[in-house]
Structure formats: C-alpha cells, structure tokens
Design a protein around this ligand. Structure first.
Ligand code: MRU
Length: 351
C-alpha cells in the first residue's frame, strides 16, 4: 500500500490546486483538483486542506490561479482584481497568520512589479507560490533538526492536533523531529491527543506516524493528565497558528490545557513553528482572533446520531492561546527561542 507520507498535502498541477482531502482521512485517500476560487475557499474553510503552513501554501497557489484568470486591460485593473481575490481567500479562516502572510507575500509581487506586463507578473506569482511551498519544506526540516536536540531516543512525546506532514508541505512542525529521527533510525513513543471535536490527532497524526513506523498511542484529550502522571511523557511538542510578539501561542483548542498540565507535572512544553507563524504585529495572545466553528461539529459530527439534546447551547472555539509563561521554548527554523520571548523572538525575526 502506498504510504500516506508519499502523497503531497498541497501542490499545483496546470490549472488546478491539488490537495489531499483531509476530511476523508484515514479511511479514504481522495485527491481533489480545485479550479475555482469558491472551491478553494471552501476547501480551506471546511478543513479539506488544513494546518497553518498548508493553508498558507494553498492560498498562495490559489491566488496565483485567480491571477491567471484575470482579464485586465491595464496594471491598475489587474491589481484591483488581484486584491479582491486575495481578500476573498483571506476570509476563509481567521486565526492562522500563515494565510494572510502568504497572501500578502503574493500581493507584494504584484505591487513591486508595476512596470512589467501582466503575463510577466502572473509568471512571477507562480514562482512566488512555488517558492512559498519549497521554503516551507526547508523550514520544517530545520525545525525538525532543532527539535531533535531537545529529545533522545526512546523518549515519550505528547502532541495535540496534527502539526505533521499533513499540515505542511513536508515533515510538519511538531512532528518534524519525530519524522527526522525516524530517518536516522531513532524511535520515540508518541502519544496523540485525539483532539476533539475534529479529531485531527486521531485521524491524521496517528495515521502519518504509524505510516512512518513510529510507536504511536492514541489517547482521548482528557487522558493526558493520567498519562503524564504515569511518567510516560518526557516532552510535549505542539504546533501553532499564530504566535504573538510576547510568545503567547495560539494553537488548536485544548493546547493550553495540555500546557497547564505539563507545568504541573514538570514536563517541558515546546511550541514548534516556522517564522511565518510568528506575528510581531500582535503584542499578546489576547488580541488573536479565535475562530468559532459550527455547533454540529460538537453535537453530531462523527456520531451515527446526534449526541446532545436539540436546542442546547454550544460553544465551539477552534483555537486557544497558551500563555508564554507555560512555554519552555519556541522552536523555529532559525533556532529555539527561550524566555523572555519579547527579546528572543525579536532577535529571531530580524531580517
Ligand atoms: O483547525 P486546524 O486543523 O487547521 O488546526 C491546526 C492546528 O492547530 C495546528 O496545530 C497548527 O496549524 C500547526 S500545523 C503545523
């Protein structure tokens, strides 16, 4: 059987954005060819493509496809239509900064090349989108290298959600050290929180780790304390969707609870992410917009019948913010930032 790790999470093929439909995993491997902007918007919105770096790459490739189809007499008309397409894709999800980061980078190509003709600009946009993807693979590999210095062969690692290859172009962020360690003949015991309500841990992280031959154990989110108490966890590795300038880190809902537990049990808690996920324009985590998702994800999804009474109020925030005081280190492609983060992140983010 072809391993899930041999599939590209997101790529470009002629006139289509090609994604592995993550809503179907692990039961079915479905490849989608998306051509229209509403299809691409919907794929990001419904998590067919998901994970902060992967949605940035999908949006960059997507807005390139939009640019290719723009009919414009002159630069100004091209710019206006490009900007509209960019804002549309940017509205698909609010929390992960990689989405706007990638789209802003694409728009800069347009604004920096006003003197060129439109086909030339479109070609530059194609190159920029491909570069965003290639650089992501390089960043993830470096994150893996730095992360690997924090653990030793045989260690128990707890992770939450999926910050693996399926969330990036390759390797992942939180799971990059694990995949890289495997390449070098190392093994770790990885505990994956199932990650309610969308089960990215159960459906995606365990799927890619088992495919890589990693000793993988699935636990429900509410089992983390017991597993830590039993001494099975040496470190927690999680991804991030937006890190504020003070080190507060926003990630999948449930992450901050894991950080609080880790602090209690004296277990190091690391956030792993590329610098494209660090938002120096946001001073602290309280200013990060937290996506709220439909109630049905909690009451119905995955169940054969509804599991809550009709009419009950449901609150479904998709992310939470881990206070910087709970974070032992933030692992980026440029190295590991340590507290105080306002200083270490500023140094890491210097051009
Ligand atoms: O809602 P999702 O599945 O897109 O949330 C993903 C996460 O929270 C990941 O941990 C984060 O994006 C980092 S992915 C390298």
């Amino acid at each position: 059987m072809n391993s899930i790790l041999n599939y590209e999470t997101v790529s470009l093929e002629d006139d289509a954005l090609v994604i592995l439909d993550q809503t179907k995993l692990p039961n079915e491997i479905v490849i989608l060819h998306l051509q229209t902007q509403p299809e691409i918007w919907q794929a990001i919105r419904t998590l067919q493509v998901r994970g902060a770096p992967a949605i940035g790459i999908a949006a960059a490739l997507g807005v390139y496809l939009a640019a290719k189809n723009i009919h414009a007499e002159d630069y100004m008309s091209f710019f206006v239509q490009f900007h509209e397409a960019k804002e549309y894709l940017n509205s698909a999800r609010p929390t992960a900064v990689n989405l706007s980061w990638a789209l802003n980078r694409m728009e800069k190509v347009v604004s920096d090349n006003e003197g060129r003709n439109i086909p030339e600009i479109v070609e530059l946009l194609r190159r920029e989108a491909i570069a965003i993807k290639t650089e992501d693979t390089e960043m993830c590999r470096k994150i893996g290298e730095h992360g690997l210095t924090l653990i030793k062969n045989g260690d128990g690692i707890l992770t939450h959600c999926n910050a693996g290859q399926l969330a990036t172009s390759k390797y992942g962020t939180a799971l990059a050290p694990i995949h890289l360690g495997r390449e070098r003949g190392m093994n770790f015991r990885v505990y994956c929180d199932e990650t309610r309500p969308l089960l990215q841990g159960a459906r995606l992280s365990t799927f890619e780790l088992v495919a890589d031959g990693v000793d993988t154990t699935l636990i429900c989110d509410n089992m983390a304390s017991q597993v830590m108490k039993e001494g099975k966890i040496d470190a927690v590795f999680v991804g991030c969707d937006r890190v504020a300038a003070n080190g507060d880190a926003c990630n999948k809902i449930g992450t901050s609870g894991v950080a609080i537990l880790a602090k209690y049990y004296g277990i190091p808690f690391y956030v792993l992410g590329p610098t494209s996920t660090i938002d120096m324009n946001i001073a602290a985590g309280k200013d990060i917009v937290i996506e709220e998702r439909p109630a049905e994800e909690v009451t119905e999804m995955w169940y054969s019948r509804r599991m809550a009474p009709e009419g009950v109020k449901v609150y479904n925030p998709a992310f939470d913010v881990t206070d910087h005081e709970l974070i032992t280190g933030i692992v980026t492609e440029h190295g590991i930032a340590r507290p105080p983060y306002s200083e270490s992140l500023r140094k890491i983010m210097l051009p």
